[in-house]
Structure formats: structure tokens, C-alpha cells
Ligand binder design. Structure first.
Ligand SMILES: *[C@@H]1O[C@H](CO)[C@@H](O)[C@H](O)[C@H]1NC(C)=O
Ligand SMILES: *[C@@H]1O[C@H](CO)[C@@H](O)[C@H](O)[C@H]1NC(C)=O
Ligand SMILES: *[C@@H]1O[C@H](CO)[C@@H](O)[C@H](O)[C@H]1NC(C)=O
Ligand SMILES: *[C@@H]1O[C@H](CO)[C@@H](O)[C@H](O)[C@H]1NC(C)=O
Length: 793
């Protein structure tokens, strides 16, 4: 046993070394905030599916659509309901729906899926209405929500199926753009504009092939346009690829767009888009894989629309890997592909076999798919109705661009393993250094919000906050930048959280190391406060560096006294402030390691079978690395004394009184967790499991040691794949401390983070050199029968 323990010490050291090596590239959230008790929450009995939201800053309300109900909630405190209106299905509708084979109590209800502002007082509402989509007008006046009863056909504006993803957008309070299926079976996809002049997509596989619509937004490209261009509506979705041959279906992510002024064609493309163009979205994962799938998008608007950025979330196409990515695309890069890129064209390669390849022939003028711009006007064409058949026929048959749209900086801005990302919003804010930071808030499948920033290529997850109690997936995420609030909806309710809560950071060091652009250390009041409320003279922030050297020397803190009773076990709690920190214990300035006497677990130190000789001072240090700096600080100091006296906090622990100890021994600000005492285990077979685990771990560590030194020798350890290492850290924590499971759930494995400048998808299997992922997915997909252009046939 003692050999095994010695091994485990060695292993601990190795793991620590390993951790220090990779900790400059992390995708582990620095802080995990478990479900806060003071969360502002809204839900109502019997109402489900809180998935549709419309923020009305002007009215001071968040409009919320759920199943058969619409609410107006106070935007500052959503627990405060201002008004509600119910829109239930009629019995007749429900009966019709069940006749068609749908479930009465699930699908045959009215799910509110659309809420758009028409003008200051009127809102357009659509619901699935028992698989018979219907829209209506609603007003919010004098604190009252009222449905006007002016019901309209909702087919094509709102899905039939309450659970099918779709997207819609109201432009100028008049034109409703929607991307959904237009039939009961969900088999006829459409991108539709409902207005005085309704337009839609051609029902052809080359236009849309089993699409999964996620997002759309408007970009006012006519502003300051040198070529007299029109405004655009951009769509994001995934669909079956037509450009690859593969043994099974391959899905690809797309961005598409249409022009706002499109009026359709005269003979060709009558009442259809003449400006529908689409391109593949490229976001490459480090590991070779099928193209990832776009799940959500957020348009971060900029005064100059060319600099507006679409932030997108991607998850894998195949269910095997639990990895998510954020890729960002500038409007101008997407626009370049559509305005200047080459087209793809179908070509017969063998009899009855069609491949999509680059079109190398002559492109008609005006350019197919272009909006009416100065070029067209000079040719006497003021409306799309006047476009020549040649241009229209070209675009009807070839809506796909040859080139893919590349992400900003060429690579994902964030890669994280663990619960998949579901939704994203981004806030652009000015920090004290005068720079603007784009802070990403990402909802996950297990009810967490990840708050992340990219500091010049270094990805950093500031914190993750659990917002849904039962780990329900986040279905909707909205941001009110002006109020500094986030709203996250799930099946069972909506929660509101502030974009930051600086008071969670208690010390100057913690405040600075959080690297939260919203927070700064207020020197005058010695508190971590909201940065925008502070004047730069009294505020300290170090976002890119995480430099704490300006902080006052930390308060040594009171020594916590412990009474020592020989023969018992003692637990000394120590909770670190950061998931990225490692714990070090000292006793009378000598390091303490786990052995048959001491047992270090994530929540503290356990001293087994204490004797008089164990009296003395025990200190718990936290070691955290930010960039290349290492910060060492003492979290808590205990003094163990033999003679118990009255003001001692607590005495010793025995097997039966662990629970008591846990509550009593917690010093202020520290949370204690129950260690998995060897003695605590009821049977010996468990014990031998532990030994086996330790032995296996030791073996693992030895091989790890080899790897580390080998890598070290090659001086290539700056950025290596240490999944194995971090996994063993995690498993070790699990083995030692079961109660930490909850905390670890959100943080997942410590996979090193990708870096913009230094993309670290590394394969060390072959020769120790980095293997950067191919620049574009195209080369990943060579095996899928990709042909670049017609000349290759
Ligand atoms: C929010 O509103 C609820 C219900 O009106 C109230 O109980 C709660 O105290 C409010 N919370 C805050 C922080 O104002
Ligand atoms: C708002 O729009 C509705 C529906 O089109 C219309 O009936 C109403 O008069 C409009 N109100 C204002 C103030 O423009
Ligand atoms: C197009 O518009 C211009 C100015 O608005 C006008 O002079 C011209 O006659 C129009 N052309 C056609 C073909 O309608
Ligand atoms: C911020 O966090 C502190 C400490 O956890 C808590 O007491 C406070 O209520 C939180 N404030 C808000 C606005 O959530």
C-alpha cells in the first residue's frame, strides 16, 4: 500500500507538472458558479416551453411566448409579471390535429413561436395552433396585453411542428421574412417574405435540401454603398450537401442571402427570389471530421456594417464527440464571396451521375444573384423584374457559390469539450484600457452559461454559471446590452442574470485574475466593482496580462485554530478560487504530500490518525498560472493545538462525526466538502478498487512522464494535446472526492484551448511535429470525392 501511495505522490507531482505545461492554453472555465439562490426566475404552473422572447427596452418589458401563453415581464426583474394573455387551441382544432395522428397533449397545443414588433404598440404573434399555424396582432397598452383577434394564415411564417427549429425576422415593421416548412409533413422548406409582394424560394433540392434553419438577420448594406447596392437579409442553416459524393448523406453549414428590394422575375423566377445565393460556412475542428453543424448565430452590429460580425456556434455532425466551437465571420468576408466569388454548377460525370463543380464558363451581365445596383441601373434595369432571362436562368440553376466563407482569423475563436453549446449572444463593451472587447455568452445543453473572451488570440473562459436548476438545455438566450442583463429560457422557465457580478470576487487578486472586462478593483473602497461605474484613476484592471503586481499585499488572514485529539482524523477544508489553480499544502513550511498520513483532495486536507507530533501550522496555497506568470497565494492557515480550549472552532473528526465536522469546520467564505475517507468505505473490495486505480494511475503517469520528457527534449511542448493528462486529473478528483462531481459537471475536461495565432490541434503520434489542421475543410473532404472545377472531369 505504501508503495502505491508513494507512486501516487509521484503521479500527483507529474500531473502537476503536466498541468503547468499546458495551462497557458485552456478551455476550462476559470470559475464555476453553481445555481445561485438569488436568481430572478419566471415560470408559471402548467405552462411549458418558454422559448420565444422579444426585448422591448422602450416599454421596459421582456415579452415571453410559451405554450398557449404570452407574458409581459418587467425587464429589470422578470419575476415581476406585468401582464399576460392566453391563446389556447380550440377543441375543434385539437381534434382535427389528433385525427391526423399527432399527440393531443403535446403537439396539438398552441406553441407561441413568433413575436415581432410592428410599431410602438403592436406586436405580431404566431403560434403552431395544433399543427395549423396562425398569426394575430397583439397590443401592449396601459399595462394590458391584448390579442386583437385579427387572425391570419400562419403557413410558411411559423412552423407546424412546435419543436422544429426555424427562424423569422420582421423588417421595417412590414415585411416578415421566415425560414421554415410550409406543409404539414414538414417536407417542403421555404424562405418566404410575406409582404405586399410575397416572394419565396424555388422548391428545388439545389436551393434547399432538408434544411435546418437556425438564424436570420438584416444588414443595411445600402448605407454608404459606392456601387449603389441594396440591403440584405442573411440566413444561416445546415442542409444536405450537394457538392460531395459520399456513401451516406453529408450535412454542411450554409450562409445564404437575399436582397431587400428583390421583386422576383417577370417570366423566369416569377414570385421567386432572383437574389438567393448560398455558400458553405467553414469552421474546422482540430480533429478530422465531417463538417460541423451550425447551431446558432448572433450578429454583433457595428456602426460600419462591413465590420459587423456573425458569431456562430458549431457542434459535430456525428454524435461521437462532445466538442463545440465558436467561429466568427465578418459581413464583408461573406459579401466578398457572394459578390466576387465563382459559382458552382452541376456537371454530368458519368451517365445519370451529377457532381457540383466550379463553373468556369462565361457569367452573364448583370451578375446573377446580385441586387439591383449601379451596374444594373446603367443597363436600364431598375427592378429585378427587368433582369434578363439569361441572368435569372443562371441563378435559378446555380445558387451555390464555389468558395466557402472563411472564419475571422482562419480558425475557431473557442473550442471546448463537454456539454454541447446551444445558443450564443455577444456583448461589445469598452474596458478601462480604452479597448473594446467582445464578450461571448454561450448557453449549453446542461443549463450553463459560459462567459468567454478572446484576448488577441488567447481564449479565456471567465466563468460558467449554472442557470437552470435541473440542467435543462438552454433553448433561448437574449441580451439586453443597455440593461446589462441576460435572459435564458428553457422548457421549464426563464432566468435573468446580470452580465457580471463583480462582488463575487472578494480580493484584489481574485478581481484582477478574473480578467472580466466588466469588473475592476476599486482602490478607494477596496472592492471589486462594475468597471463602468468607476473612474479610471481609482480603478485597476489587467485584462490581457492578468497582472496582479499592483494589488496590495494580500491580508495574511486570521489563523484558524483547531484542537487536536490524538487517534482521530482531522479534515482541514480549503476551497480554491479558481478551477485553473492547483492546491499546495505546507506544514511548518515543509510541503505536504499525500501519503499514508495525509490525504489531499480537492476540498482540503485530511490528516489520518493524528498524534501529538502533528500539532503545528498548516497552510493551503493556491498556485495559478495566467499566461506565463505563476501566482501563489495562501488561502487559509490552520493552527493545530493539542490542548482544546474554549474558543477553538472545532475539534477533531471521527468516523461517525464527519457530517458535523463539515458544517462546523467551515471557516467563513470556505465551503467544505465531504472527503471520501478510506475508513468511510464499508467494504474492503472497494478499497482494493482504489488500490487498483492508484496502480493504474501510476502506470499511466510513468508513460506520461516518458511523453513529457520526450516532448520536452524536442522543445515542442508549448502546445500539446494533454487530454489524457487532464482527464486523469479529473478522474483522480472524482476518485478522491465524490461531492466534487457537481462542480466538475460544468467544467468538463481540461482540454487545452485553441489559439488564433497558434492553432493547436496537434498530433504527436508521428514525429513530434505539430500538425496544423488544414486551412480549409476542403482538403479534409478530399476523400469525399471533391472535384475542384469542370476541367478536372
Ligand atoms: C423581483 O420581483 C419579485 C416579485 O415581484 C420580488 O419578490 C423580488 O424581491 C424582486 N427582486 C428584486 C431583486 O428586486
Ligand atoms: C401599428 O400597426 C397596427 C397594425 O398594422 C395598426 O393597426 C396601428 O394603427 C399601428 N399603430 C401606430 C401607432 O402606428
Ligand atoms: C429607371 O429609373 C430612372 C430614374 O429613377 C429613370 O430615369 C429611368 O427611366 C428608369 N428606367 C426604366 C427602364 O424604368
Ligand atoms: C452577486 O453575488 C453575490 C455573492 O455571491 C450575491 O450576494 C449577490 O446577490 C449577487 N448579485 C446579483 C445582482 O446577482
Amino acid at each position: 500500500m505504501s508503495f502505491l501511495l508513494a507512486q501516487s505522490i509521484e503521479c500527483g507531482l507529474l500531473l502537476h507538472l503536466c498541468f503547468l505545461l499546458v495551462s497557458s492554453q485552456y478551455c476550462v472555465p476559470r470559475k464555476t458558479v453553481s445555481y445561485p439562490s438569488d436568481l430572478k426566475l419566471f415560470r408559471e404552473d402548467g405552462i411549458l416551453h418558454y422559448s420565444t422572447m422579444l426585448i422591448r427596452d422602450d416599454l421596459g418589458v421582456l415579452l415571453l411566448g410559451a405554450r398557449e401563453a404570452i407574458y409581459a415581464l418587467d425587464i429589470n426583474n422578470i419575476s415581476n409579471k406585468k401582464a399576460e394573455v392566453y391563446w389556447r387551441v380550440t377543441e375543434e382544432k385539437q381534434r382535427e390535429c389528433t385525427y391526423k395522428g399527432k399527440l393531443a397533449e403535446v403537439e396539438c397545443r398552441n406553441y407561441i413561436r413568433t413575436l415581432h414588433s410592428i410599431n410602438d404598440t403592436t406586436i405580431y404573434v404566431c403560434g403552431t395552433n395544433a399543427f395549423s399555424p396562425t398569426c394575430d396582432y397583439m397590443t401592449f397598452v396601459n399595462g394590458q396585453l391584448t390579442l386583437k383577434g385579427r387572425q391570419e394564415e400562419g403557413k410558411g411564417k411559423c412552423p407546424f411542428d412546435p419543436f422544429q427549429r426555424y427562424s423569422s425576422l420582421m423588417v421595417a415593421g412590414n415585411d416578415l421574412y421566415s425560414a421554415t416548412s410550409i406543409n404539414f409533413l414538414g417536407s417542403e422548406p421555404v424562405i418566404l417574405r410575406s409582404s405586399n409582394l410575397a416572394l419565396r424560394t424555388e422548391f428545388k433540392n439545389s436551393w434547399l435540401s432538408e434544411p435546418y434553419f437556425v438564424y436570420m438577420d438584416f444588414v443595411g448594406e445600402s448605407v454608404d454603398s459606392a456601387d449603389g447596392d441594396d440591403d440584405k437579409i442573411y440566413f444561416f442553416f445546415s442542409e444536405n450537401a450537394m457538392e460531395y459524393d459520399f456513401y451516406s448523406k453529408v450535412v454542411v453549414s450554409r450562409v445564404a442571402r437575399v436582397c431587400k428590394g428583390d421583386m422576383g422575375g417577370q417570366r423566369t423566377l416569377q414570385r421567386k427570389w432572383t437574389s438567393f445565393l448560398k455558400a458553405r460556412l467553414d469552421c474546422s475542428f482540430p480533429e478530422p471530421s465531417l463538417p460541423p453543424i451550425v447551431q446558432d448565430v448572433f450578429l454583433l452590429k457595428h456602426k460600419d456594417w462591413r465590420k459587423s460580425i456573425f458569431y456562430t456556434i458549431f457542434t459535430p455532425q456525428s454524435g461521437m464527440s462532445q466538442m463545440s466551437a465558436v467561429c466568427a465571420y465578418t459581413v464583408s468576408s461573406i459579401r466578398d464571396v457572394f459578390n466576387e466569388g465563382k459559382f458552382k454548377t452541376p456537371a454530368a460525370v458519368e451517365t445519370s451521375h451529377v457532381k457540383w463543380v466550379m463553373y468556369t464558363g462565361e457569367v452573364p451581365v448583370p451578375r446573377p444573384g446580385a441586387c439591383i445596383n449601379n451596374v444594373a441601373r446603367e443597363l436600364g434595369m431598375n427592378r429585378s423584374l427587368e433582369l434578363p432571362d439569361k441572368t435569372l436562368q443562371f441563378i435559378r440553376d446555380r445558387p451555390l457559390m464555389d468558395e466557402a466563407v472563411r472564419p475571422l482569423t482562419g480558425a475557431p475563436l473557442l473550442l471546448k469539450k463537454g456539454a454541447l453549446f446551444t445558443r450564443i449572444v455577444v456583448d461589445r463593451m469598452s474596458a478601462l484600457d480604452g479597448e473594446k472587447y467582445n464578450v461571448m455568452f454561450i448557453g449549453t445543453e446542461n443549463g450553463f452559461v459560459q462567459k468567454a473572451v478572446n484576448f488577441d488570440g488567447e481564449m479565456f473562459i471567465i466563468e460558467e454559471i449554472q442557470v437552470h436548476e435541473n440542467q435543462n438545455p438552454i433553448l433561448t438566450l437574449r441580451l439586453s446590452s443597455s440593461k446589462g442583463q441576460l435572459y435564458a429560457g428553457s422548457e421549464f422557465g426563464v432566468v435573468q442574470i446580470p452580465v457580471s457580478n463583480c462582488s463575487r470576487y472578494e480580493s484584489c487578486v481574485d478581481c484582477i485574475l478574473s480578467r472580466d472586462p466588466y469588473c475592476a478593483w476599486d482602490v478607494s473602497s477596496a472592492r471589486c466593482s462594475s468597471a463602468h461605474s468607476l473612474s479610471p484613476e481609482v480603478a485597476m484592471q489587467s485584462l490581457k496580462e492578468g497582472n496582479v503586481s499592483l494589488c496590495p499585499p494580500p491580508d495574511p488572514g486570521a489563523v484558524v485554530n483547531f484542537a487536536l485529539v490524538p487517534g482521530n482524523n482531522i479534515q482541514l477544508p480549503c476551497q480554491l478560487h479558481s478551477n485553473l489553480a492547483q492546491v499546495h499544502w505546507r506544514s511548518s513550511d515543509r510541503p505536504v504530500h499525500s501519503n499514508n498520513k495525509y490525504y489531499i483532495y480537492s476540498g482540503g486536507l485530511l490528516i489520518l490518525n493524528v498524534t501529538k507530533a502533528d500539532a503545528g501550522v498548516y497552510a493551503c496555497d493556491s498556485v495559478e498560472q495566467i499566461n506565463s506568470r505563476i501566482y501563489n497565494r495562501t488561502v487559509v492557515v490552520y493552527s493545530l493545538k493539542l490542548s482544546p480550549d474554549k474558543d477553538v472552532v472545532v475539534s477533531t473528526v471521527t468516523q461517525i462525526s464527519i457530517q458535523t465536522l463539515n458544517t462546523a469546520a467551515t471557516s467563513p467564505g470556505l465551503e467544505s466538502e465531504e472527503p471520501l475517507l478510506p475508513e468511510n468505505q464499508s467494504n474492503t473490495s472497494r478499497m482494493s478498487h482504489l488500490e487498483t486505480a492508484v496502480a493504474l494511475l501510476s502506470l499511466l503517469c510513468l508513460s506520461l512522464l516518458g511523453t513529457i520528457f520526450w516532448i520536452w527534449g524536442r522543445q515542442h511542448w508549448k502546445c500539446f494535446n494533454c487530454t489524457l493528462c487532464s482527464r486523469s486529473i479529473k478522474e483522480r478528483k472524482h476518485n478522491q472526492n465524490r461531492t466534487s462531481d457537481r462542480k466538475l459537471l460544468g467544467s468538463e475536461s481540461g482540454r487545452p484551448c485553441s489559439n488564433n495565432n497558434n492553432h493547436c490541434a496537434v498530433d504527436f503520434k508521428r514525429n513530434g511535429e505539430y500538425h496544423f489542421p488544414p486551412k480549409a475543410n476542403i482538403s479534409n473532404l478530399d476523400g469525399l470525392g471533391y472535384i475542384r472545377d469542370e476541367s478536372e472531369i
